[in-house]
Design a protein around this ligand. Structure first.
Ligand code: ADP
Length: 618
């Protein structure tokens, strides 16, 4: 794109261009009006010239008529009009001339064409036989008007008339009168032309007959090349033209014929008004209109430029800037245009909405990406944990298996040795300790094995319809010696017609044994333990309650995790492993049940678990 095209693709420049385009018709109208004004002015000047020509023609005709009468009167003085009485004739005609100032000369021409009588004294012989008026008078035998000419005797521009006198059919003389054309100059001075104007009378051959001003300088000069003459012959009659006059000044010429018809005009009268004067009004109006138009256009341009910048360009530039920044990734950028009903405001608010949507979408994408990343990390950690857990479970189960056999042997041999009554005293005591510890370690190992099997999903429940009203008293019976040893009370509260649960008998016994053992273990002597069972919406709910030491909220939160034990407990608690409740929860959940605890320090505890009833649950 070249610089010009780039400039006009600029919105502000286009606005300016629009204003300029709007100004063009006004400019055209102004110029057209000026043209009309000039035409009008030309017509006025033309009208003026015609009027002058008519006045001049009328005066002229009167003068011709006067000349006719004068010559006819003089012709009657035939005795004096004689070649032989030239002196008397001269005297008479000179006398008549003094009384008729409009004539340059009066005289008589002989039949041979030589002037023999002249009011203006002749310096020598004057021949007039070639003059038009002479020949016409001779040929037509009547009063004749000649051409405009410069007199041979007077040297003045004049229009000559001839009056023939015939005797016996033969031409005797022709009387002539030369009409002085200086009256034309005086006339021109009188009519009051505009300043600097000139009035010229020119005959059809291009000779200047009268001229105002500078009459003396121009009269008699031949100007066949004159602009006016060319135009008069071209336009045949009256008209106007523009051109330079003899003095080099540009003028508006208007011309009209006089002294004959338009086609056979003897002479033309022309008025040349300097164009600066002729068109002064038109030029002044044009200048004023152009100045006003320029001022209005300038103001409109300034308004278009400043207004375009203020109301459009600045807003668009800020929109373009915002768009570029959004495109570069700065989604929090807004157009920042004031709200409104205009198209630009609507565009800006649409842009802002778009940027907001983009920003929200990007935030969502970032959040999703972050979530995916964290998820992936968690999955990886989970895999590691699962692997570690699997390895740990494998390790625990392997170690437990390896330990169980030697421990069983140790316990067996200790039992066997204790049967020997000869072992007494310290030896028997040591053996008893060995047996007890071997027993405890076997318990621990069994618990560990149970847990690792459950975690590895290797435990298979032997489910059957299980009557808890039978199992609960059995467990209570098995533990009764321990309960009684602590002088505790045990109460069973079993609902009548309790439905059978769908469960593994051994595992349910294990669950109950764990909970009741804990209850008696963490309840002081002479405390109370109760086991209640009732139907609960497709499950049987069992509560194992005691009036023991109770548990803090923090302890309850961790109670079912492996190896968790509440510190600072009574001496009997020292025997625990912290695995019992973890195994219990796994077993309950394996059955599709749920276990919870409700307790407070010093206020006893209630462990509640549920087991599904066959056909009532899924
Ligand atoms: P342990 O072999 O130590 O009994 P458990 O998993 O069975 O392991 O119990 C975990 C801990 O919970 C115990 O060490 C004990 O402090 C607390 N606990 C369990 N049952 C009760 C109860 N009925 N009353 C108070 N504390 C209990």
């Amino acid at each position: 794109m070249n610089r010009g095209t780039a400039f006009f693709s600029n919105l502000q420049a286009r606005l300016v261009l629009l204003v300029l385009l709007a100004v063009i018709p006004a400019l055209g109208l102004t110029l057209y009006t000026n043209l009309e004004e000039r035409k009008l002015r030309k017509a006025q000047v033309q009208e003026h010239a015609l009027r002058l020509a008519r006045i001049v023609s009328a005066d002229h005709e009167q003068l011709i008529e006067g000349a006719r009468k004068l010559l006819a009167g003089l012709a009657r003085l035939s005795p004096v009009i004689d070649r032989n009485r030239a002196a008397a004739c001269n005297e008479l005609f000179a006398d008549v001339l003094t009384r008729h100032s409009s004539y340059a000369n009066l005289g008589v021409i002989g039949a041979d064409g030589n002037v023999f009588c002249s009011a203006v004294p002749m310096t020598g012989q004057a021949y007039a036989g070639d003059r038009t008026y002479f020949r016409r008078a001779r040929d037509t035998r009547d009063f004749a008007v000649g051409d405009y000419q410069i007199g041979r005797i007077t040297g003045k521009s004049a229009l000559n008339f001839g009056h023939p006198v015939f005797v016996n059919g033969h031409l005797r003389v022709v009387l002539f009168a030369a009409l002085d054309l200086t009256w034309l100059n005086e006339f021109a001075g009188r009519v009051g032309l505009p300043t600097g104007s000139m009035l010229t009378v020119i005959d059809r051959h291009g000779t200047i007959l009268a001229r105002y001003p500078d009459h003396a300088k121009w009269v008699g000069k031949s100007m066949p090349e004159s602009v006016v003459l060319k135009e008069t012959t071209a336009q045949k009659g009256n008209g106007t033209t523009e051109g330079r006059s003899d003095d080099g000044m540009p003028r508006l010429f208007s011309f009209a014929p006089f002294g004959g018809t338009a086609s056979s005009a003897n002479a033309y009268i022309s008025i040349g008004i300097p164009t600066t004067v002729a068109f002064a009004d038109a030029n002044r109006i044009l200048t004023r209109n152009l100045l006003a138009l320029g001022l209005v256009a300038g103001l409109a341009l300034a308004a278009a430029w400043a207004g375009g910048n203020l109301f459009i360009v600045r807003h668009i530039q800020s929109l373009v800037g915002a768009t570029k920044r959004v495109a570069a990734g700065e989604l929090n950028v807004r157009a920042g245009l004031p709200p409104g009903q205009g198209e630009l405001s609507q565009l800006a608010s649409a842009f802002d909405q778009m940027a907001e949507s983009l920003e929200r979408a990007q935030e969502r994408r970032l959040q999703e990406e972050e979530l995916r990343r964290k998820n992936y990390q968690l999955e990886q950690q989970n895999l590691i944990i699962q692997e570690a857990s699997r390895l740990k479970t494998e390790f625990v189960s392997m170690v437990s298996h390896e330990l169980r056999t030697p421990l069983t042997s140790i316990r067996g041999y200790a039992d066997l040795l204790l049967e020997d009554k000869q072992i007494v005293g310290e030896e028997r005591e040591s053996l008893t300790i060995v047996k007890k510890n071997a027993h405890r370690m076997l318990g621990l190992i069994n618990d560990l094995l149970d847990l690792s099997c459950m975690e590895a999903g290797k435990i298979e429940l032997q489910r059957a319809n299980l009557d808890l009203t039978r199992v609960i008293p059995e467990v209570a019976g098995a533990l009764r010696p321990l309960i009684e040893a602590k002088r505790q009370r045990l109460r069973l509260d079993l609902e009548d017609a309790l439905p059978a649960v769908w469960a593994d008998g051994d595992r349910v016994t294990q669950i109950l044994t764990n909970l009741v053992s804990n209850a008696l273990k963490y309840t002081p002597a002479e405390g109370s333990i109760s086991v209640a069972a009732r139907r609960d919406d497709g499950f049987v709910r069992v509560d194992v309650s005691d009036t023991g030491v109770g548990l803090s909220t923090e302890a309850q939160a961790q109670l079912f995790t492996k190896f968790f034990r509440v510190p600072d407990r009574s001496p009997q608690a020292a025997t625990g492993t912290g695995l019992g409740l973890a195994i219990t929860r796994s077993l309950v959940e394996l059955h599709g049940g749920h276990i919870t605890v409700s307790s407070a320090p010093g206020q006893g505890s209630t462990f509640t678990f549920s087991l599904p009833v066959l056909g009532a649950s899924t």
